[in-house]
Ligand binder design. Structure first.
Ligand SMILES: *[C@@H]1O[C@H](CO)[C@@H](O)[C@H](O)[C@H]1NC(C)=O
Ligand SMILES: *[C@@H]1O[C@H](CO)[C@@H](O)[C@H](O)[C@H]1NC(C)=O
Length: 521
């Protein structure tokens, strides 16, 4: 846009308006620049931020299976469709994500009935939104797959199997009896988003009744040696802070959670709520990289924790029991593209700092938010991001402070994962960095200026940019070498003392192999 300062009498009025406008625009930029300069050192057009790790204290220790995955129970309803549990490619990809929980649950869990007599592969009742049968063959298939890939199963039981006002445990008992005989291990849930039952099923289960139902399930679990020490997880409510556009038939999740825990707290080992940042129908690309939207998760976690604190003496572990970028199946061409990595990586970072123990990603398979393609299983960018996370990020969470409080440049820190599948030794630190600025940022690590760094920087591939279906690690497109072999995830060694250059709108990991941080030893 050209700004014209040429004035003549005929257009005097509009000219004055233009001059005023120009001055206003100029003033605006001066204010913005001054604000930025307070936060950053601006040199040669690049922002610069320093990050400092508190080396004295471990904030939290998260579960070894922290980054976990969900598979929707509707897959059982659909007879697993194209999910071929004998596919070498699928097995390779799944096995590589371990250690990991897989939660089989979701809306369809409250429609699922196990039939221990039905052995044949086809069963009646397979219509969506209708009660359906999970046969012994279905159940064997799930358990064989989970065992083959070394995952740990979390299975959601049907809370809508009711006898009068109480939950009817007979079907769960049949499932446990069969599983006990087969030696199938699992952790259990009961009901999916029960505060929304009215909206989804035109039914309600009162939270204090649901607490009694959990008590019944807990007692039942005690009668099986296999499930005595299994976790009972719940109540899987929707996110505690409701947005104005949520259905009014949805009972306030925070009220449901509070009333459930008031009497139900002793029966659960882990408290869960579900969380999506936005709705798929209205999600935009800018939502996916909006720092305010990423920050909104904090309030949800804090509210859940304050409810736990006021109802559960001695505390309770908190999991994000089902968590995805956008609700309702994921947003097409967003939830499975490079850009989805901002929400996923930030969720993992923010939740860990806030003391969440496990995050279950919706979903591993199926929907626009899947980690792998539903037909040929080719990984989406979030698969590779998760794989790197699993390899590099350990369970001890560290506090990281930045020289700027601006929330566009986000840095999280953990002790590096050591042991199996790790090339690092105790004392190493892993940082993960998200640059939500549309400009490059130099990240300085003054505490670690004497030692080489290992960079694992992820950038989009090709002209579609943030909407890319592929991701590059240090410039190389990530893809499987064969159905049974993943690429080696090699770092780029970055000489001591140089700031880390984070390209505009990218994310990545920085490992400091020789950080020698005592709390990481
Ligand atoms: C339902 O509950 C009643 C009362 O506890 C019991 O007598 C009856 O057997 C139950 N029915 C079923 C189908 O389990
Ligand atoms: C809950 O209690 C823990 C332990 O006492 C405390 O650290 C935390 O700040 C509390 N959280 C909230 C949100 O009240």
């Amino acid at each position: 846009m050209m700004l014209s300062w040429r004035c003549d009498n005929a257009v005097h009025a509009s000219c004055c308006l233009r001059v005023t406008l120009c001055l206003a625009v100029l003033l605006f930029f001066v204010i913005i620049l001054t604000t930025l300069q307070n936060c950053f050192v601006i040199d040669a057009g690049t922002l610069s931020v320093s990050a400092t790790v508190n080396k004295k204290r471990v904030l939290h220790v998260i579960d070894d299976r922290y980054a976990s995955v969900g598979i929707d129970a509707s897959l059982v309803q659909e007879k697993f469709k194209n999910f071929d549990t004998s596919s070498v490619k699928l097995l390779t990809l799944s096995q590589s994500l371990g250690p990991c929980y897989v939660r089989v649950g979701g809306t369809a869990e409250d429609l699922l009935v196990f039939d221990d007599k039905l052995l044949d592969k086809d069963s009646p009742f397979r219509k969506p939104q209708h009660v359906f049968v999970m046969t012994v063959a279905d159940w064997d298939k799930i358990n064989k797959f989970v065992s083959d890939v070394g995952w740990h199963l979390v299975f959601g039981l049907n809370l809508l199997l009711r006898n009068g006002s109480s939950w009817d445990p007979s079907n769960a008992e049949a499932l446990m009896k069969y599983s006990d005989q087969k030696g199938y291990q699992m952790h259990l849930e009961l009901g999916n988003e029960p505060n929304s039952f009215k909206h989804v099923f035109q039914k309600t289960v009162d939270p204090s009744q649901s607490a009694k139902d959990f008590h019944v399930l807990r007692n039942l679990m005690q009668t099986f040696s296999t499930f005595k020490s299994s976790l009972l997880i719940g109540p899987d409510v929707t996110r505690p802070i409701k947005t104005s556009d949520e259905d009014e038939l949805t009972t306030s999740s925070k009220d449901y959670l509070r009333r459930f825990l008031k009497t139900g707290s002793p029966y659960v080992d882990v408290v869960t709520f579900h969380h999506y940042y936005v709705r798929s129908q209205t999600a935009t690309a800018s939502d996916f990289r909006n720092p305010a939207i990423l920050d909104s998760l904090q309030g949800q976690i804090t509210l859940a924790q304050s409810i736990i604190n006021s109802t559960s003496p001695g505390g309770k572990r908190l999991w994000l029991g089902e968590a995805g970028s956008s609700s309702g199946g994921g947003a097409p061409l967003l939830s499975n593209r490079y850009i989805a990595g901002f929400m996923w990586l930030d969720r993992l970072g923010l939740s860990a700092v806030s003391g969440v123990d496990v995050v279950i990603r919706q979903s591993f398979y199926k929907g626009n938010y899947a980690m792998i393609d539903c037909l040929d299983y080719t990984p989406f960018p979030d698969y590779w991001l998760t794989l790197l996370y699993k390899r590099l990020v350990g369970t001890r969470v560290l506090e990281v402070t930045r020289s700027s409080l601006d929330n566009h440049l986000r840095v999280y820190g953990h002790c590096t994962r050591t042991g199996d599948r790790s090339k690092y030794h105790a004392g190493a630190v892993t940082l993960y960095i998200l640059n939500l600025w549309a400009v490059d940022v130099e990240v300085k690590l003054p505490q670690f200026s004497e030692t080489d760094l290992h960079l694992y920087l992820l950038t989009p591939d090709g002209p579609s940019g943030l909407h890319s279906r592929n991701v590059r690690l240090n410039g190389q497109v990530l893809e499987m070498l064969s159905d049974s072999e993943l690429p080696r995830l090699e770092p780029q060694t970055w000489p001591a003392g140089n700031p880390v250059h984070m390209e505009a709108l990218t994310f990545g990991f920085v490992v400091i192999p020789d950080a020698n941080v005592t709390v990481c030893m």
